[in-house]
Design a protein around this ligand. Structure first.
Ligand code: AMP
Ligand code: MG
Length: 419
């Protein structure tokens, strides 16, 4: 019999504090942070295929970088201790040269110099290199002016990375530059997490697919393509679960099937408490529903819960609210589930090119973009305006308290890609 293991997430992992009418964004985030754990297994991967995957273990340099002292330029190397006074200097040349990958095998006597090229290991007897452009040579000796510091134009062994040093930590999503670093210190294989599989399901009787004929009263499904594209961009495996009608049995069957193949599920629509809000009703039946009423604009109730052991994020149907809630809540949650640990959006303070007042109570996110060092916001705050989502390149985050913004007030801007 297979060994039983405890579930990684508990059924109440989305529960919010009881008795609170509107939960502040930060409270909800700290709950997620506390309860969500990595749900994917780790596996070995060659470095050449590991870019965009999440490291499961710290990585230690197998070799220093550079491995040995070498020349940073094309020029002539010598022992600095042999230089007398402030120059000009003249040093006899030793026959031969040192080049990258083709070291000089002998040693260079003190007071002599050797032709040396960029990347060549410094031979015994050389600690300093003078640039070729600063030298006159007749092939037998070199002459150059002072002063020159000991160790000039020479790189020390391990000055960049020491052998045995931890170069990258578990939880890091590997970048192209990381693959250079790993390769440079001799690491060919790393332990990574299997990519988190995230399913996307749209719900609603009104939905048809772009490319199909839409009757009056029907609308094109905008959320599913948006969420699939966003997940793909974040490096998750995005699984298209299609769209479900407002029919509880069908939706329930689709969720059953999705739970077999996904590590997490994002749904949109049907997440409130109305007659046709089947997502929240189904999660309620499992006993795991947490109806999130977050003090956030835009955002309606979110229905979170567990289905067949898989966390479900029931996003609002409204595309603007769906994307904002995905960026604010699903992004860090999915990172945590996928092994990246808890991540914070990287916003920065920029002068406003707009004016706005808001009352205390809710955190607000405005569709925004940077132009000439100032942040401008979309003309309409209407939550149905998909064109504004597309016009924007990020969001301005206004704090929970009351706010009065005039031209050039500093506001927090978070580019979409830095959530
Ligand atoms: P709901 O949360 O199901 O009540 O939907 C709220 C609003 O969002 C309604 O106007 C829906 O028609 C709209 N909506 C729901 N799902 C989608 C979707 N996938 N794409 C575009 N609009 C949607
Ligand atoms: Mg609906």
């Amino acid at each position: 019999m297979a060994k039983l293991t405890a579930p990684k997430l508990t059924n109440d992992c989305f529960a919010l504090p009881a008795g609170v009418d509107w939960t502040p964004v930060d409270t909800a985030l700290s709950m997620l942070r506390e309860r969500l754990k990595t749900v994917v297994p780790e596996q070995s991967c060659v470095v050449s295929e590991a870019c965009s995957l999440i490291l499961a273990r710290d990585v230690v340099a197998m070799r220093g970088h550079p491995p040995d002292a070498n020349s940073a330029v094309d020029g002539y190397g010598f022992a600095h201790a042999a230089l007398q006074g402030d120059g000009p200097y003249e040093l006899p040349l030793v026959h031969g040269r040192a080049a990258a990958g083709v070291p000089f095998s002998g040693s260079v006597p003190q007071g002599s110099a050797l032709r040396i090229l960029t990347g060549a290991a410094l031979p015994v007897g050389i600690d300093t290199v003078v640039l070729e452009e600063d030298v006159n040579s007749d092939g037998l000796a070199i002459a150059f002016n002072g002063s020159i510091k000991a160790g000039s134009n020479a790189r020390k062994g391990g000055e960049d990375v020491q052998r045995g040093e931890t170069i990258l930590h578990a939880g890091r999503r590997l970048t192209p530059a990381d693959t250079a670093l790993l390769s440079a210190v001799g690491v060919a294989q790393v332990q990574v997490f299997r990519t988190l599989k995230v399913g996307v399901l749209s719900t609603g009787d009104e939905l048809v697919e772009a490319g199909e004929i839409a009757e009056t009263s029907q609308i094109y499904d905008a959320n599913r393509p948006m969420l699939l594209a966003q997940l793909h961009r974040w490096g998750f495996e995005a699984i298209d679960l299609g769209k479900a009608p407002d029919a509880r049995v069908v939706l329930s069957d689709m969720l059953d099937e999705a739970a077999q193949s996904c590590d997490a599920i994002l749904t949109s629509g049907g997440a409130s408490a109305g007659d046709e809000d089947h997502m929240s009703a189904l999660l309620q039946e499992t006993g795991s529903l947490a109806m999130w009423r977050i003090a956030l604009k835009p955002g309606r109730p979110l229905a979170l819960g567990m289905w067949g052991g898989v966390p479900v994020f029931g996003l609002p149907g409204n595309p603007v609210a769906a994307l904002v809630c995905t960026l604010v809540f699903a992004r860090p949650a999915l990172n945590a589930l996928g092994g990246a640990g808890w991540t914070e959006p990287q916003g920065f303070m920029v002068p406003a090119a707009f004016e706005k007042r808001k009352k205390a109570g809710r955190r607000e996110f405005l569709r925004a973009r940077l132009r000439e060092g100032r942040v401008e916001t979309f003309a309409s705050e209407g939550s149905g305006r998909i064109s504004g989502l597309s016009w924007a390149e990020g969001l301005v985050e206004l704090p929970d308290g009351n706010v009065e913004i005039t031209q050039d007030t500093l506001v927090r801007y978070i580019p979409y890609d830095l959530f």
